[in-house]
Design a protein around this ligand. Structure first.
Ligand code: GDP
Ligand code: GDP
Length: 460
């Protein structure tokens, strides 16, 4: 039987991280296998990933989840996405093959379009061709079910699709699959599209952020303590002297741009400007930003600006209220109100109330960072996402505007770091409704500590 748990689930656009030893492999390019039901996509995917346990459904209409497989061919590793079984939208309406292909192409670097050569091109094959043209991603055409030499002519007929050379293949027998894979890898980029700037592996990268005097340097000293990793001058080791490796909670972390923190710049003019430059530069390199706020003082515009920069950069976020030792009843009263009024944009960020001076609650910092990073990299399976969207849309449909009611047809998580969702809709979703969806998405699946992005793809 078909058991998705038997397979390795890898993230198409995210570095596959190797456990907590900090070892990481690079991100893999993604090949999506698309085509109408029963052309042999699943059989072909099994052939590509080199497993014999067939994942073949003979009954169309069974909703399977999008499945990611890791494959190797001629020493190159890549990710294969099987779209078999994307047959229904979130409210149970049958999806056209073209729409399914559109979902798949969204997060792919190249596409393998599978056609049943014996049946020949159908209308829905033609519809997929139009989608492929529009998407402009590289395509390899698999003319499947060419089980013997006599059927090669049927494959040649597929030149008419205008997608270049059809590669005759028999997914069942393996005939021609080597040439097809060579052709697929020839069009597949070496590295996945940089969907976000952060792709480097190694230790997790943390930036301590905050306006001058909030306590960044004190916090760095506190966490570093005896935990600083001394890197010997090993030949070939390059190390950015502005960053520091610190051992915390059994892991090595890279604290970004600590030289900028340690350098006590006493600037009277332009200090804000330099502080914000530093913030942007550190965010660029970091995966998670710990934003320090001085709990003993009123929240300033500069504090909220730094938070906005981190959100816009799409980084995982932890808010550290520092100088908690100076907290008193009155200050606390105002602080609660500031959090409600001025930090609404990041109600999802984990908060730690610490004192870099006394060490109070500093042990909570690492777990908060880990929570945020886990959310940042989290992927919601397509089936689960659409089950949730289906229920949501049924109970809270979009308001009718001008006699029309936009519908969500399908949703998919196109990426991580941070989580990025794409909603395919039949009309424009109002901002209020999108925010409502984000809120419910967070309630349902969590995501503490990470911004999430929701995009729409409207079909006219
Ligand atoms: P999918 O819906 O596109 O994923 O198609 P499947 O992989 O489930 O295959 C649909 C049917 O076509 C199954 O009965 C397969 O055994 C059959 N099939 C797949 N590839 C080939 C092939 O190369 N030759 C022949 N003769 N049948 C095939
Ligand atoms: P930076 O400019 O953000 O690096 O801030 P510093 O670490 O240099 O701290 C600025 C001032 O705040 C120094 O005088 C620190 O001793 C003080 N400070 C930092 N953290 C704390 C804290 O948790 N409690 C108190 N009371 N003072 C702190």
């Amino acid at each position: 039987g078909y058991d998705p748990d038997e397979w390795v689930d890898v993230e198409g656009d995210a570095p596959a991280r190797g456990g907590h030893d900090g070892e990481a492999s690079g991100p893999l390019p993604v090949l999506a296998v698309v085509g109408r039901p029963n052309v042999g996509k699943s059989t072909l995917v099994n052939r590509i990933i080199g497993r014999r346990e067939a994942v073949v459904e003979d009954t169309p209409g069974v909703t399977r989840d999008r499945v990611y497989y890791e494959a190797t061919w001629n020493g190159r590793r890549f990710t294969v996405v099987d779209t078999g079984g994307w047959e229904r939208d979130v409210v149970g309406i049958d999806l056209s093959v073209a729409v399914q292909a559109e979902y798949a192409i969204e997060s792919a670097d190249a596409v393998m379009f599978v056609v049943d050569a014996i049946v020949g091109p159908t209308d829905s094959d033609e519809a997929v061709v139009r989608v492929l043209r529009k998407a402009g991603k590289p395509v390899v055409l698999a003319a499947n079910k060419v089980d013997n030499m006599a059927q090669e002519a049927d494959a040649a007929a597929l030149w008419s699709l205008g997608l270049g050379q059809p590669w005759p293949v028999s997914a069942v027998h393996g005939r021609g699959s080597g040439d097809l894979l060579d052709a697929a890898l020839a069009i597949l980029p070496e590295a996945p599209a940089q969907r976000f700037g952060v792709t480097e592996g190694g230790p997790r990268r943390v930036a301590l952020l905050g306006r001058p005097n909030v306590g960044k340097s004190s916090m760095l000293n506190k966490v570093a303590g005896e935990n600083r990793v001394v890197v010997d001058k090993i030949a070939g080791t390059t190390r950015d002297p502005v960053d520091e490796l610190i051992q915390l909670g059994g892991k090595t972390w890279k604290f970004i741009d600590t030289a900028g923190i340690r350098r006590r710049v006493h600037l009277t003019q332009g200090a804000d400007f330099y502080a914000s430059l530093r913030t942007t530069a550190a965010l660029e390199k970091a995966e998670v930003g710990v934003i320090l706020i001085d709990a003993s003082e009123r929240l300033t515009e500069q504090d909220t600006r730094i938070i906005s920069l981190a959100v816009e950069a799409g980084r995982a976020i932890v808010i550290a209220y520092n100088k908690w030792d100076l907290m008193d009843e009155e200050r606390r009263y105002y602080l609660e109100r500031e959090i409600e009024q001025d930090l609404v944009q990041v109600t999802w960020a984990p908060r730690v109330n610490v004192s870099a001076l006394t060490g109070r609650h500093m042990e909570k910092l690492v777990p908060a960072i880990e929570t945020a990073l886990a959310s940042w990299e989290k992927r919601i399976p397509t089936g689960q996402l659409n089950a949730f969207l289906g229920t949501l849309v049924a109970s809270h449909p979009h308001p009718i505007r001008g006699g029309k009611q936009p519908r969500i047809l399908f949703g998919t998580q196109a990426g991580t770091k941070p989580p990025r969702f794409v909603l395919f809709t039949s009309g424009f979703l109002e901002a209020g409704y999108r925010r409502f969806i984000e809120r419910r998405l967070r309630e349902e699946f969590g995501f503490p500590g990470t911004p999430i992005e929701i995009r729409m793809k409207v079909r006219e």
